[in-house]
Design a protein. Structure first.
Length: 125
């Protein structure tokens, strides 16, 4: 099993906002100075909503037991799958089913919302 601290990404698994709090993702994204940043925003039932600011590429990985949803707010996100590349523009989303090898990458600064199981390990299983 991989651990987020084994990779050169800024991954924050703490839940930053509780129920009944306003979340302004633009303020968080605009303040971000990292090339690859992931912040858990809130928990909804057994899932979390995370915000990512991406530039560059993530490593290949999979999540054995969890689906993962990506929704682009700004920029362009490429999702490499085995034998296929999915390109997402702003206001487009994509679900990666559990067990599917994938890698996300962005040639320019890209801001993404992700919805996934609260127990998922972002760097993969």
């Amino acid at each position: 099993m991989s651990d987020p601290k084994d990779y050169p990404y800024e991954t924050r698994l703490n839940i930053q906002f509780g129920p009944l709090e306003t979340i302004d993702e633009k303020v968080i994204a605009d303040a971000c100075t990292f090339k690859w940043f992931n912040q858990t925003l809130c928990k909804v039932n057994d899932s979390v909503v995370r915000m990512g600011v991406f530039e560059g590429e993530y490593h290949w990985h999979k999540h054995d037991d969890d689906d993962e949803f990506f929704y682009v707010l700004e920029g362009r996100l490429l999702i490499d799958l085995e034998g296929r590349v999915v390109a997402l523009a702003p206001r487009q989303g994509f679900v990666i089913p559990k067990g599917v090898m994938h890698r996300t990458r962005a040639g320019e600064r890209t801001v993404v919302l992700m919805v996934e199981n609260a127990g998922i390990i972002p760097t993969g299983d």
